[in-house]
Design a protein around this ligand. Structure first.
Ligand code: AMP
Length: 303
């Protein structure tokens, strides 16, 4: 079943109605649908999600839609990088069967008449510095989930807060889909791959490798037995103080995951060490997650 779908070339679909028909046809043929929402300008991080979807679902749908309602900064939205032809080629090579490329009026036929509001997990990390961002994310994903009706959706842990919020969205609205979170894909020097990395100049790009090294200081402190949230965060901040000359720290925080709160006085259970650092036109985010009750392995750093 998987093979026969894979050999067909990828279709490009623009209208929600056509997407609904495509998915209905796949389901009638007994195929499971895996869905990967993206904003395009694809890199290895996105492709890892497509490949995972191709391994675990019969039919892979990916979307490219730069969602205006999740951008607070108009400049960032207008200047979001895009290259649809390159994206289409990469998506097809990575096993995508249908690429959904809707325009804004198709996704928002009634403008902002009805939107989704996320009330928890949004006062911390990126939610704090990007008010309304996760409302925009939850709104567009609710729309896309209703159009694509996937069995599985695939999200990268690069956006760990998004994974936590979407998990809540799925539960709150009884959306019949399983979320599969995938590890962060990094450059050889440790920088998490991101569509926004192209905005870094050479010096900024070099320095950006320090972000993950700083987070690793926090992970190392936990491994040594440190359980004080603030002291773990201080280990990261201390590293950044001496290694970041160009970037401005937006936040460094240590929280339980996926609750995104500090449960208790001392760190225990699943946790996240996360940061956001701003360079001229690029705000970079990164994180590492782990579990104090599990032995650390290479995988714990990423997944
Ligand atoms: P975006 O296009 O930035 O909205 O990202 C689309 C999906 O790709 C999200 O689920 C991201 O978390 C995921 N993603 C982005 N960068 C990476 C990365 N470096 N590693 C793994 N997943 C990623």
């Amino acid at each position: 079943m998987v093979e026969s779908v894979r050999k067909k070339s990828m279709v490009r679909i623009q209208s929600p109605e056509e997407m609904v028909r495509f998915v209905q046809k796949q389901k009638m043929a007994g195929r499971t649908i895996g869905f990967v929402p993206t904003m395009g300008f694809l890199h290895e991080g996105h492709l890892s999600l497509f490949r995972k979807a191709a391994e675990t679902s019969d039919c892979v749908v990916a979307s490219i839609f730069v969602n205006p309602t999740q951008f607070g900064d108009r400049e960032d939205y207008i200047n979001y990088p895009h290259d649809t032809e390159r994206d289409a080629r990469l998506a097809e090579e990575a096993g995508v069967d249908a690429l959904f490329l809707p325009d804004e009026s198709a996704v928002y036929p009634n403008g902002k008449e009805v939107t989704v509001k996320v009330n928890e997990k949004t006062e911390v990390l990126c939610g704090k510095s990007r008010p309304g961002h996760f409302d925009g994310v939850a709104t567009v994903l609710t729309k896309l989930f209703n159009i694509v009706r996937p069995d599985h959706v695939y999200f990268g842990m690069k956006d760990a807060q998004q994974v936590a919020v979407v998990t809540s969205l799925i539960q709150a609205f009884h959306i019949p889909v399983r979320l599969i979170s995938c590890p962060i894909v990094r450059e050889p020097d440790g920088l998490a791959k991101s569509s926004r990395n192209v905005r870094l100049n050479a010096d900024e790009r070099k320095e950006a490798a320090e972000l993950s090294k700083g987070l690793q200081q926090g992970m190392d402190a936990v491994k040594r037995g440190e359980r004080d949230f603030d002291k773990i965060a201080d280990a990261v901040r201390g590293y950044y103080r001496t290694h970041l000359k160009l970037g401005d720290i937006d936040y460094v925080d240590v929280l339980n995951y996926p609750d995104l709160k500090r449960n208790g006085k001392m760190l225990s259970g699943r946790f996240i060490i996360a940061c956001a650092v701003c360079y001229g036109h690029a705000r970079l985010i990164d994180n590492m997650t782990g579990d104090t009750s599990a032995l650390f392995s290479e995988k714990d750093r990423e997944a």
